[in-house]
Every structure is written in structure tokens, then in C-alpha cells.
Design a protein around this ligand. Sequence first.
Ligand code: PLP
Length: 232
Amino acid sequence: MSIDTEKYQEILRELAGKATLVAVSKTKPVEDILDLYALGQRDFGENYVQELKDKYELLPKDIRWHYIGHLQSNKVKYIAPFVHLIHGVDSLSLLKEINKQGSKNNRIIDCLLQVYIAKEETKFGLDSHELETILKTELAEFKNIRICGLMGMASFSNNMDLVSSEFNYLKTLFDEYAVSPTANCQLETLSMGMSADFEFAIAAGSNMIRIGSLVLVVEISITKIRTCFVVL
Ligand SMILES: *Cc1c(COP(=O)(O)O)cnc(C)c1O
């Protein structure tokens, strides 16, 4: 087994129901997902469209699939029939495409807008000005999407003061826009925090964390090491 059951349960206790844990299962086998599923986990996150689609087809249908990677417009159609929440929306044109595919599938697709909060050169996300532009756009005609929150990734850094300040900044933006909901834009979900920094994210007000490596561990098994020696 390559899930860390103890760690998983420890995190759930820490969250005490106040935040949703999305188990990030990218590159991990379906067996690991089923092990977590057996413990009651239902929210899983994936980064790659094809992998997500394959896993969706193989696995129980009550899993809530979160798409957490960078999504290209031409791939929205593959996940539109079933995706539970798209975390990384970072342009109006992507939002339009999600709306179009939502309409084709006769469903309303929940989305989070990704905000760029790190001080380092990570590639994706809106700055505060672009965020404002999207949120002030007339979204009423987009009947098949719902913007239900924001998502962000802090700097990959050991400087936890920096990480905390980035999370606090995103929480401030979230609070600012949460006060004026419209028909299809109600900011309720704040997706921030990963294995290395989720405690800081929770302290800053996150209510959805995305946890991969802490729970779904990469196991180097003794048998595999032995096999290597035999081959050598
Ligand atoms: C991989 C990934 C995670 C999980 O990262 P861990 O450090 O393994 O917890 C969370 N969010 C996004 C967007 C990711 O790509």
C-alpha cells in the first residue's frame, strides 16, 4: 500500500470538518485512489486531462473529480461531462469555453479563478487587476458556469512568513469579492494549501486544501530494488 493512512487521518482531524481535503492523485495508480476511497475520501484532484478521463471511467461514480492543472480550452470538452470543480481558470476565454461545454452537456460547471500570488516565476494565474476585470464582466449570459471561489499557490519557499503573507493576500481578495454575489458568481470556496504549507493556508482562512505527496506517498519497494540488482 502506498497511502499513508495515519497521516491522512491526522490531517482530517486537524481540519475538523472546516476545510475540504482534495487528495491529489496525479500520476498515482487507481489502487491508491481506491484505498483512500475505502477510508471515505471522495474528493480527488488531477492535473492531466487524459489521466483524469481514464480514471473517471475506471473508478466509482460518486467520486468528485477536481481538475487542478492548467486547462487548455481545446481540452475542456473531455472533462465537461463529469468534472466536479475546475480550480485553475485564468482567462475569460477559458471561462467562455467551459460555459459552452457546460451548455452542451446540459450542466452548470463550478469554477475557481486562479490568482497569481507567488513572488516567484510560476506561470499561471490572474493578477488582481485581471481578476477584477473578470469579476466585473457581465457574466449573466454565462448560464452554464458558476464561479464559486478562488484558488492560489504560494511561493515554493521555506520562508513561511512569505508563504503566509501570500495566503493572507488571497484571503483579502476573496473577502473583498465575496460580499457582492451575483446569480452565477458566489465566492464560497478558497482553495489554497498543499502538503508543504496547508497549515499556514488554513490559518489564513483556506477552506479547501489540495494534498498529494503527504498522503499518496511514492513508495520505493524492496522488491523493486532487488529487481534492479538482479538486472544489473
Ligand atoms: C501537485 C499539486 C498539488 C499537491 O502537491 P503536494 O505538494 O504533493 O501536496 C496541489 N495543487 C496543485 C495545483 C498541484 O499541481
